[in-house]
Design a protein around this ligand. Sequence first.
Ligand SMILES: Nc1ncnc2c1ncn2[C@@H]1O[C@H](COP(=O)(O)OP(=O)(O)OP(=O)(O)O)[C@@H](O)[C@H]1O
Ligand SMILES: [Mg+2]
Length: 284
Amino acid sequence: MSDILQVKNLTYKYATGTPFEKTAVDNISFTVRQGEFVSIIGHTGSGKSTLVQMLNGLIKPTSGKVFFNQNDIWKEPKKIRNIRFKVGMVFQYPEYQLFEETVAKDIAFGAKNMGLTESEIQNRVESSVEFVGLEKSFLKKSPFELSGGEKRRVAIAGVIAMNPEILILDEPTAGLDPMGRELLLSQIRQYHEKQKNTILFVSHSMEDVARISDRVLVMNSGHTEYFDTPENVFAQGEHLKNMGLKIPQITQIMNTLSDKGYHVGKGVLTIEKAVEELLTILKK
Ligand SMILES: Nc1ncnc2c1ncn2[C@@H]1O[C@H](COP(=O)(O)OP(=O)(O)OP(=O)(O)O)[C@@H](O)[C@H]1O
Ligand SMILES: [Mg+2]
């Protein structure tokens, strides 16, 4: 698979040159392959949102470079808007950014800015409401009539309608109830499977991350601590705990058994795999 995104020595400082200067992202480098599902985890304030906002050109790095399909995204600053169509970003709590009088208009907003034809926009609006699991009847409603979860879905649909090559979701399930979270997560997974596009998923839920990701990027005080498969990352139980991260419960149990000398693997992510490993040692 080819590389779609390359990040080289990326640094971001807030309030440079003032007494409040803060290095939020500190010399980070990594590469994402086309079609990968990458999760980004880390304690509050570790720099996740700052990092992803640099990936679609919303904020400009203090130093370092971002390459999208081998091209430096800041090579022609006047064209930075085009990157925002290709690297679509759903913000933390995006429901606060709905402002049009109907759901249909809100979803169409980004696609309209791309200069597509009316019928193409219509098609995209319809397919993206479907992806996020809303009935077509919602299109005529005002965004302000919707529940929190429904608003969130509308905001996500608006970014999907731009058909981005990379979709960045910053804590898309935060604040939803368990059922709403589960549903949205499975819709994101289905979207990924169908579109085969690249997804960057910022999350606090280790259970979600363990199940859904090809690779996990762990941030700690602006640095990358790990960038590896979920199995390898969650095998580092103690170290993650020290960074204020909780590993999935089942992984915790298996890591503890392994530390106590039982021959089970570390970084077990699912109950099924745990049962399999436990049956093997019981049979011996
Ligand atoms: N606009 C800003 N001005 C000054 N400092 C900021 C600003 N935005 C973020 N920061 C600081 O930069 C650091 C990284 O913040 P960021 O929002 O990227 O973290 P995060 O990992 O997304 O956190 P969370 O999990 O709470 O969303 C934090 O110390 C934060 O206080
Ligand atoms: Mg954040």
